[in-house]
Every structure is written in structure tokens, then in C-alpha cells.
Design a protein around this ligand. Sequence first.
Ligand code: ACO
Length: 336
Amino acid sequence: MTPVRPRSRILGTGHFLPPTVRTNGDIERLVDTSDAWITERTGIRERRIAPEGLVTSDMATHAARGALEMAGLTAADLDMIIVGTVTPDMQMPATAVFVQQKLGAPHCPAFDLSAACAGFLFGLSIADQFVRSGQMRHVLVVGVELLSRVIDWTDRTTCVLFGDGAGAAVVGPVAPDAPADGGRGILSTCICTDGSLAQALWIRGGGSVHPATHATVDQKLHFVQMKGQDIFKAAVRNLSASSRTALERAGLVAADLDWVCAHQANKRIVDQVVTRLEVPIEKVLMNIERVGNTSSASIPILLDQKMRDGTVRAGHTVLMCALGAGVSWGGAVVRV
Ligand code: ACO
């Protein structure tokens, strides 16, 4: 008899958005841009900005508490903490360490991973492997970014895009033949990187190539720099491909999906991907208008918002896909 493969499931989600709103109108006062240009080219009208004193691990901890509460668990139940971020509290230790400390979680592996906007899906994929193998029971996966602190607010090609926020999910086991679960679970994941595009989106300063000096600050090497069109094309191509791979691995086709929860980078990217997949626009979850691009936090924020407002319900099948710096990308099909 073929053994039934154990499956993992998202047991709970949570998110945190700082209260301060920065509108396109506010950005018009900083750089030569317009609300009309930003809205038409990106779909973004406003984003959230973290106040001074609030740090990445604070936002991650808020989101994690929400996910634990929805899962009916406490921090004491966690066996692993993964934080996807490119805006950590500091170079070392990992932001996940501070999340562990703030949650009061027990000794367990707690580490960051750097896959930019794909960070949450990389984390979800790792969590899925550990839970399915039986090595870990409950894994916290957080996507969190405080990009407003690494954005050059005089560079109109980047400053209009990003926002701050955190999203989290607790991944845990599903009994393979439990009827109550109704087939819920992480049905597939896929992750990938194309290092030939490393130079298309980066923060060059602060590492071994350009250790921090007065000169690196003057040269603005500690800010995000991006070749927007290269990223745009890579996103449309690879998000379509990874979505198809994730569907294939799940044994499903696009028509089986209830929702697409794609990384909120640019409304035009999402539109082009779902057109290629032939998914009707009514099945596409969006919040970019109000939140902007929150990088690794974008998928778990959107998923949590839509689960809490009842749009996404237990048993719905959701396709997730994201691409970011690297370029790294991923896809996942989850029956929530
Ligand atoms: N306001 C007004 N004009 C602008 C702005 C701005 N903020 N930014 C650029 N422009 C101008 C350019 O200078 C150019 O002017 P020109 O024609 O006189 O030379 C014109 O607008 C068109 O510029 P493009 O770069 O061709 O604009 P495009 O339509 O490609 O949109 C954008 C730029 C929004 C950055 C787009 O390329 C994009 O979204 N790329 C994906 C990048 C992304 O999402 N990165 C986030 C991280 S990775 C991820 O999440 C997938």
C-alpha cells in the first residue's frame, strides 16, 4: 500500500500595518511625480510608514501574535521561527531572534532568510518541509519589511512604490485522513532564483563589498536601487511560470482556484500574470491601492485581511506567487 504523505496546513494568519498613511499627494511634495502617474503605473494610492522607534521585529511580533491567536496556540508551542526580511533590525543577530525574545517563545531555531519579496514563500516552503517530515510541529513564518528606512525619498523611481508592514502564518500538521480538514493544507510549493539579475535590485552598502563609511553614505549605497523595467519583465515571466508549476504539483488547473493572492508589487504585473493564467479578475485579491509594495509582507498581509473579512473561507483554494530581488521567486497552492 502506498503510504499517505502527511500534509502541513496554515493554522492561523496575522498582520500588522503601522497607522501612519503616506498618500501619493504627500509624495508629490517630496519628488517630481503625480498621483495620476503613480496610480496609473502601479495601482498604488497610499502606503503605511512606521513611526520613529518602531522596528522590524516589533511589527513582526504583532503579526505573529495575531497568527498564533487564530491558530489557537501560544508562543510556547513554536518549534521554529523563520523571518523573511531584507530590512532586519540590525546586521546580527537575526531579526527572528528578537521576535523569539519579544514573543517569549522557547528555545528553538530562529533565523532570517533573504529572498526579498519572495521571502514569505521561501519561508512557507521551508516550514512545509519541516512539518511534513515530522521534525517540527509548529513553525512561525513571518514576512516583514520596514522599507521606508532604506528608501531614498529623493528618488522618484523607487520611493513611490514601497510601504511598511508585517504578515505571519503558523504552519502545522494535518492528519492525512482527517475528514474534518476537508482536504485543507499546503498542496504545493516551488521556489527558484536567477542570480543573473542580481544587479537589477539591490542595496549595495553595509556588507563586505561596501562596508559602511562616510563615503558609502554620501554615495547613497545604503538605499534601494532598482532597474524597474528589468524587474517588471522578470516578474511577469517568472510569476506566470511558477504559478503553473505550483498548480501542476498540486494536481490542479487554474479553473480549480478560488483565489489568487499574488505579491502586491504593481497592479499591472498582477494583471498580466492572471491574464496569462486565464484567471478571471474577480478571483484576484488586491490591496496594493492602500498598502503599496510591502515586499515579503505583502502576501501574508493580503491573505490575513481577506481571511478576517470572510472573503477567503476555510476550504478555499488559493494560489500564491511572488518575485523580488535576486531575482528570487516562488509559488504555492494552499487550501486554507
Ligand atoms: N513619477 C513620474 N514619472 C516617473 C516616475 C515617477 N515616480 N518614475 C519614473 N518616471 C518617468 C521616467 O523618468 C520615464 O520618463 P521618460 O519617458 O521621460 O524617460 C517615464 O516615467 C517612464 O518610466 P519607466 O521606468 O519606463 O516606467 P514604467 O512604466 O516601467 O514604470 C515602475 C516604472 C513602476 C517602477 C515599473 O517599472 C515597475 O513597477 N517595475 C517593477 C518594479 C517593482 O515592482 N519593484 C519592487 C520590488 S520587486 C517586486 O516587488 C516585484
